[in-house]
Structures are given as structure tokens and as C-alpha cells.
Design a binder for this molecule. Structure first.
Ligand code: IDP
Ligand code: MG
Length: 141
């Protein structure tokens, strides 16, 4: 049996509001990833600040927190052989102008901030980020 790894994936408020949830879930499935858990959530300011704490000193931090608290998001735990890079490849580069053709951000994103989706950047951060949204009980298979 192959080793399975997990990543946190978020569908951001811009994409939820534009009714792109189904297309983004399809992209995850088409990338060979399996949905372990999924829920819709509205983040409060403290939750968004904590989630993006690594970016606290960046000039876009306040705007990013305002954006991420502006509407509903969908949080998913995705599983696969190499879930972190598989989901980041499916998303494409942070700036949609740099994202490869066919990626979620190239297809749907409006700007570098309103870029439709989030993915963890390492297995260690995936474990931390999954814990921001899901209890251990919700992750039992
Ligand atoms: P990532 O989502 O591709 O991992 P990060 O550099 O971790 O990109 O940035 C987190 C989020 O912050 C991005 O997805 C985007 O929404 C926002 N962001 C990143 N860089 C900028 C910027 O230069 N201006 C505005 N928002 C940005
Ligand atoms: Mg990141």
C-alpha cells in the first residue's frame, strides 16, 4: 500500500461567491486527489490572522485578512501520494498572470490576492493548517 500524504485546500471567498466550488473540487479530483474531509466556513478576523500569521509583516496582510473574512470559504483535506505538490500544481502560481495554462488560478483568478484557492506549502505546514479547520475525529477514515 503506498504512503498517503495530506494537504489543506481552501476555496477562497472570491471563488465561492462566483459559484466556482464545483469546478475547483473537480480539479482536485482530476489531479488524482481524494477528499478526506470538506466543510464550508466563515472565518472571523482572529482566525484569518492566525492562519496567515506567517505573512503578518507583508504589506498585503490587512487586505488579505479582510478578503478572507469577506465571505464563505470551503476547507478540504485532500489525500494522495504527494498531496502538497499535486494540489499546488493544480492551483498554479500565486499570481494568475504567472500561472500555467489549465491551472485553477489561470482559469479563474481575478488577481494575485483574489486567486480562488489556498494550498499548504509543506507536509509540516499541512498538518498545522489542517488542525486550524478540522478535529482529529473529522479526519478518521
Ligand atoms: P500561495 O497562496 O500561492 O501559497 P503566498 O505567498 O503564501 O501564496 O501568499 C498567501 C496569499 O496572500 C496568496 O494566495 C494571495 O491571496 C495573497 N498574496 C500573496 N502575495 C500578494 C501580493 O503581492 N499582493 C496581494 N495579495 C497577495
Ligand atoms: Mg502560501
Amino acid at each position: 500500500m503506498p504512503n498517503l500524504t495530506r494537504t489543506l485546500a481552501l476555496i477562497k471567498p472570491d471563488a465561492f461567491e462566483r459559484r466556482l466550488t464545483g469546478k475547483i473540487v473537480d480539479a482536485a479530483l482530476d489531479a488524482g486527489l481524494t477528499i478526506v474531509a470538506m466543510k464550508s466556513v466563515n472565518l472571523n478576523r482572529a482566525q484569518a490572522e492566525a492562519f496567515y500569521a506567517v505573512h503578518r509583516e507583508r504589506p498585503f496582510f490587512d487586505s488579505l485578512v479582510a478578503f478572507m473574512t469577506s465571505g464563505t470559504i470551503v476547507a478540504m483535506v485532500l489525500e494522495g501520494g504527494t498531496a502538497v505538490p499535486a494540489w499546488r500544481d493544480a492551483m498554479g502560481a500565486t499570481d494568475p498572470a504567472d500561472a500555467a495554462p489549465g491551472t485553477i488560478r489561470r482559469r479563474f483568478a481575478e488577481s494575485i490576492e483574489r486567486n480562488c484557492c489556498h494550498g499548504s506549502d509543506s507536509d509540516a505546514n499541512a498538518a498545522i493548517e489542517i488542525g486550524c479547520f478540522f478535529s482529529g475525529e473529522e479526519l478518521l477514515r
